[in-house]
Design a binder for this molecule. Structure first.
Ligand code: SAM
Length: 240
């Protein structure tokens, strides 16, 4: 997969050189290119913004600068992502869908955001999705780019060493939060690992984990339980 991130703060994307994403880049599973939007400016001050038409506080990112950048970076198969607090919520489903793409381009806004004509213009010739990380306002789209790249990259075949790790995760196919996990030592500061996990009894462990996932989801995210297809529950689940 190819991913291009365009930002006025390319250094902000440095963490994408680390850990699993960094390894995916060096192994060739992920072709990630970070660009400085100011490379597409045409004035001495490398200006990317201007005052908003209609007045009001703050500055808006200019469409002509973004247009030159996106004309260079977009390919015919690209899916353009524009982070915005007014976008569609970015979820694990979004990440799964995007993991099937050949090319993603992330346009990181700053200030009051990118002139609205940019998304409108490119929607006529490419897939354009405005994505929101959540109901809060960040200073720029770079954090969203980090989140999108990390969530999508770990779904690409070969990026996570053991693909089994992806199966029972929170927000995965089961639609539940993950059960609690433990490692050595079996007793720490007076807190013991549940006996069943030390039993070696695989069926009982699987049952315990399923029950814990259900309980956790019921307590922390009842909205997720409500969205579950009851036909996929077993009788035991309904007794929990
Ligand atoms: N004035 C804009 C509004 O109220 O919708 C907020 C602009 S914000 C200060 C600057 C940039 O941060 C946005 O263009 C977007 O790229 C990014 N951003 C802020 N909050 C975000 C969120 N919740 N999800 C995704 N991107 C966000």
């Amino acid at each position: 997969m190819r991913v291009d991130v365009v930002s006025i703060f390319p250094e902000y994307l440095a963490p994408l050189e680390l850990s699993l994403v960094g390894k995916a880049r060096t192994s060739g599973l992920l072709d990630l290119r970070v660009h400085d939007l100011r490379d597409w400016t045409d004035d001495r001050h490398r200006t990317v913004d201007d005052t908003p038409f209609g007045g009001g506080a703050g500055m808006v990112m200019r469409p002509d600068v973004w247009g030159r950048a996106l004309d260079d970076v977009l390919t015919p198969e690209a899916h353009l992502l524009v982070p915005s607090p007014a976008g569609a919520p970015f979820t694990q489903r979004t990440a799964e869908e995007l993991a099937g793409e050949q090319h993603l381009v992330v346009a990181c806004g700053r200030y009051e955001g990118i002139d609205a004509r940019v998304a409108e213009h490119y929607a006529a010739r490419a897939r354009v999705t405005e994505v929101s990380l959540g109901d809060y306002v960040l200073n720029g789209g770079e954090v969203a780019a980090l989140v999108v790249v990390e969530a999508v990259a770990r779904l690409l075949p070969g990026v996570v060493g053991n693909p089994e790790s992806l199966v029972e995760e929170s927000h995965g196919a089961a639609g539940l939060l993950e059960y609690p996990v433990y490692t050595k030592p079996p007793s720490w500061q007076g807190h013991d690992v549940p006996d069943v996990l030390l039993s070696g009894h695989h069926a009982r462990i699987a049952r315990w984990r399923r029950d814990q996932a259900l309980r956790r989801t019921a307590v922390r995210r009842p909205d997720l339980l409500e969205a579950l297809d009851v036909a996929r529950w077993d009788r035991h689940d309904l007794e929990v």
